[in-house]
Design a protein around this ligand. Structure first.
Ligand code: ZN
Length: 62
């Protein structure tokens, strides 16, 4: 009787920050113990402007 998946959907808001909240959420399967799916959990812990496409790791000069 696991309760992990009760209510089950990702709670990432789908409306823009500047818009009036319409309470539509992503709704994908959450990660265990998180309120977001894998994709949105990653988004939640990084700068919104730091898109993967623009992230270029730089070599650190020793
Ligand atoms: Zn999501």
């Amino acid at each position: 009787m696991s309760e992990k998946h009760v209510g089950g959907g990702c709670l990432w808001p789908m409306w823009p920050h500047s818009a009036t909240p319409n309470h539509e959420y992503c709704g994908k399967k959450r990660q265990d113990g998180q309120s977001y799916c894998t994709q949105h959990y990653a988004r939640s812990i990084r700068n919104p402007e730091d898109l993967p496409e623009t992230f270029v790791p730089r070599k650190i000069a020793a």
